[in-house]
Design a protein around this ligand. Structure first.
Ligand SMILES: NC(=O)c1ccc[n+]([C@@H]2O[C@H](COP(=O)([O-])OP(=O)(O)OC[C@H]3O[C@@H](n4cnc5c(N)ncnc54)[C@H](O)[C@@H]3O)[C@@H](O)[C@H]2O)c1
Ligand SMILES: [Zn+2]
Length: 400
């Protein structure tokens, strides 16, 4: 039909217009140090990327766990904003929000942040800046994506995991009814500013947890990186700064390549290579009521799926030993009693997580396993007996 034709009401005919357009996304992921030192212009240059001659309105949401370890951050931010007052202004002092999974388990925090944006007239050309761990960034990202249907969002990740994985990606979300990331969107950020100095203040437990994602992405995409992790494990376990910096950068880069060039940034298909080890991990996180950190659960999930890969004949016997040894050397414990939990029908509760995982992702069950170190392979079913054997194997190892 030509434009302008009169459409006659005709119940028997159907007209279909194919609406097609593409939106190009592009955002910088910057690695820097001392982001809020007054000489560092990374933040103000980022704010001025699209509109250089403007004083930009910003609001900052700050992870309270980070603040507890770095109380001087509030003053550094205030000094920074004062020094760059011609390019930016804060609509209110930085707003503290609960750090860790706490912020993701109660939708009330989302509403509270949206209310703050409303009260301070934050518009779609203003900036919502989230500073914190992956959980805070997931929650703030959701707020930015859904308020006014999308406000420019700058992420400042402050944990290893957020800098090398979650912060550089395109997803946000919070949990509902014990289901991870049940409420969320795909929304690329305006920019990601990684300040490696934040990592030095992080508790050892969180420094270790974030390394699981590096092992994960190395195992599915980059054998050379896996072997680098093996060689550097002595340095990494001591959190040697140069080794940590390289680990974070390479891991972030591999995630970005997968998202940007993998052909499915908004995960409309069934394959989720970056979710290797995650079907069990998400279940373990909820089964332990988030007592296990995401990265700690992922390490167990990787160990489980690597052993499963061997048991199902995909991965040569012995390869799993290298993976387990690396994870243990980095400081992970690869057994948790939640792996043994059963429900009233006697079913292993971790295994029921497979159904939940499929329901969350939609489509055919697609699980990434390994056919070699550095090569992921997708399968569409998992044998429950082999999963139980893999769980048992991890238990025996932990007891020996
Ligand atoms: N959106 C994604 O693509 C994606 C990907 C992977 C993981 N995630 C999510 O990320 C979350 C895990 O993130 P995480 O591992 O960063 O942990 P986290 O956000 O739970 O933070 C862990 C703890 O560290 C504190 N903290 C943060 N920065 C600190 C610092 N520099 N110094 C001291 N303490 C600090 C926090 O307050 C919290 O108590 C999970 O909810 C997971 O589902 C999201
Ligand atoms: Zn993860």
């Amino acid at each position: 039909m030509r434009q302008g034709d009169t459409v006659l009401a005709d119940q028997r005919s159907t007209d279909t217009y194919e609406q097609t357009f593409a939106v190009r996304f592009s955002y910088p992921v910057v690695f820097t140090n001392a982001l809020f030192s007054t000489e560092n212009t990374v933040l103000t240059d980022t704010l001025c990327r699209i509109e250089p001659n403007k004083r930009h309105k910003c609001i900052i949401f700050l992870d309270d766990g980070l603040l507890a370890d770095d109380p001087g951050l509030i003053d550094r931010i205030a000094d920074y904003v004062a020094a760059h007052g011609n390019r930016m202004q804060l609509v209110c002092p930085p707003v503290r929000v609960p750090g860790g999974e706490r912020i993701k388990v109660d939708l009330h925090f989302i509403e509270q942040m949206q209310q703050t944006l409303y009260e301070h007239h934050v518009d779609r050309h203003s900036y919502v800046i989230g500073i914190g761990g992956g959980a805070v960034l997931d929650a703030v990202g959701l707020v930015a994506a859904t308020t006014h249907r999308g406000i420019r969002h700058i992420r400042v990740p402050t944990t290893v995991l957020a800098q090398n994985d979650s912060g550089v990606g395109v997803k946000n979300g919070v949990n509902l009814n014990g289901v991870k990331n049940f409420v969320g969107t795909f929304a690329p950020p305006f920019a990601v500013l990684n300040d490696l100095d934040f990592i030095t203040r992080l508790p050892d437990r969180d420094k270790i947890a974030g390394m699981a994602e590096a092992v994960k992405v190395a195992l599915i995409r980059d054998r050379a990186f896996f072997e680098w992790l093996e060689r550097q494990s002595d340095q990494l376990v001591l959190f040697e700064p140069a080794a940590m910096a390289h680990m974070i950068r390479r891991c972030a880069e591999l995630h970005m390549i997968q998202i940007g060039q993998g052909g499915d940034p908004f995960e409309t298909g069934s394959a989720r290579p970056l979710d290797f080890g995650h079907w069990a991990a998400h279940r373990l996180e909820t089964l332990t009521r988030y007592h296990l950190r995401h990265g700690e659960a992922v390490a167990i999930g990787i160990a489980l799926d690597t052993r499963y890969s061997v048991l199902s004949g995909l991965l040569p016997e012995g390869a799993e030993e290298r993976v387990i040894v690396l994870l243990e050397q980095l400081g992970f414990r690869l057994w948790h009693p939640a792996l043994d939990k059963t429900d009233a029908q006697g079913r292993h509760m971790v295994i029921t997580g497979l159904e939940e995982f499929q329901e969350h992702l939609g489509g055919m069950l697609t699980i990434t396993l390994l056919s070699d170190l550095g090569i992921g392979i997708e399968v569409n079913e998992m044998d429950h007996d082999l999963i139980l054997q893999a769980i048992d194997w991890l238990k025996q190892r932990a007891q020996s």
